[in-house]
Design a protein around this ligand. Structure first.
Ligand SMILES: Nc1ncnc2c1ncn2[C@@H]1O[C@H](COP(=O)(O)OP(=O)(O)OP(=O)(O)O)[C@@H](O)[C@H]1O
Length: 279
């Protein structure tokens, strides 16, 4: 399977040194990473999709990028995991320029994973097989340990005991949770979600929001979410950036975004919500 195929299925990683524990990678050393985007520009032909993007996402925070359709949110997210390359500018992860230098950053690189809009599960596999796929493929842990990890991750997303269900039997919300459990299997330092609430009904969206909030209590990773679901972003984020026309027009806490006097932000709030959830 090509790297791109793996990424399409939310699988990724950065597999490094053997630390002599029961897994070839020490999965317990998760940290949150700091992301600094500096003067990032991207063109697709004549289309200037990202225009001088400057942004800092702090280690461990849950950060959402909101904005109307076609403003470059997903393209920005793809740059963070190097699925796209900029025409100019740089992204620093923990101070390390990811485009300027291909050398390994330190003795312990960072691990990341992405949850795609479609969940992108393998339908021919069971829930447990989907969650353990990356660990098995990379032979990261012994089989008994992989089973433990699958159980733990399914527990964390509220799917305890569902290992043997066929993926095709699941509802959209359950698929999304399995996709998250699979992303968590490697204990990533950075987890990215592309439109996690797309295709979910309001109740399932609420459940997903609570799952992500609960995960925050037990994981140290940085979380970056691209969404046009403003209520969802306000509910789960530490901070939010609003994108419009390829630019970042506002960055702030949910309370600051709600009170923003920026006409673009006000317009977005007005047109996308029928009543913003109170704190
Ligand atoms: N690989 C590509 N080649 C050409 N144009 C692209 C490519 N990827 C994205 N675009 C264009 O870049 C612009 C921004 O796309 P992007 O997917 O980032 O939007 P978005 O803000 O995430 O909106 P949505 O929620 O609708 O996906 C769009 O006009 C899109 O058509």
């Amino acid at each position: 399977m090509s790297v791109f195929e793996k990424l399409k299925h939310g699988l990724t990683g950065s597999i490094l040194h053997d630390d002599g524990c029961e897994c070839t990678v020490n999965l317990n050393d998760t940290r949150g990473v700091d992301i600094k985007v500096e003067k990032l520009n991207k063109y697709f032909g004549e289309l200037h999709v990202l225009q001088d993007i400057d942004l800092e996402i702090f280690a461990g925070e849950t950060f959402s990028i909101i904005g109307p359709s076609g403003t470059g949110k997903s393209v920005l997210l793809k740059h963070i995991v190097k699925l796209e390359h900029p025409d100019s500018g740089e992204i620093y992860i923990d101070g390390f320029p990811i485009f300027a230098n291909n050398k390994k950053q330190s003795e312990r690189d960072y691990r990341y994973s992405m949850v795609f809009q479609s969940s992108a599960l393998f339908n021919s596999l069971t829930v447990g097989e989907n969650v353990g796929l990356w660990l098995r493929e990379k032979r990261i842990c012994k089989e008994y340990k992989i089973k433990e990890i699958i159980k733990e991750k399914l527990d964390q997303v509220g799917l305890a005991g569902k290992e043997n269900l066929r993926t095709s039997e699941l509802s959209g919300g359950m698929k999304k949770r399995v996709a998250i459990a699979r992303s968590l299997a490697m204990n990533p330092d950075l987890i990215l979600y592309d439109e996690p609430t797309a295709e979910l009904d309001p109740v399932t969206t609420d459940e997903l929001a609570n799952t992500i909030l609960k995960l925050k209590e037990t994981t140290k990773n940085t979380t970056v979410i691209v969404t046009h679901d403003l209520n969802f972003a306000l509910y789960i984020s530490d901070r939010i950036a609003m994108m419009h026309g390829g630019r970042i027009v506002e960055v702030g806490t949910p309370a600051e975004i709600k009170k923003s006097q920026n006409p673009i932000v006000k317009g977005f709030i007005y047109t996308t919500t029928k009543g913003i959830r109170e704190d």
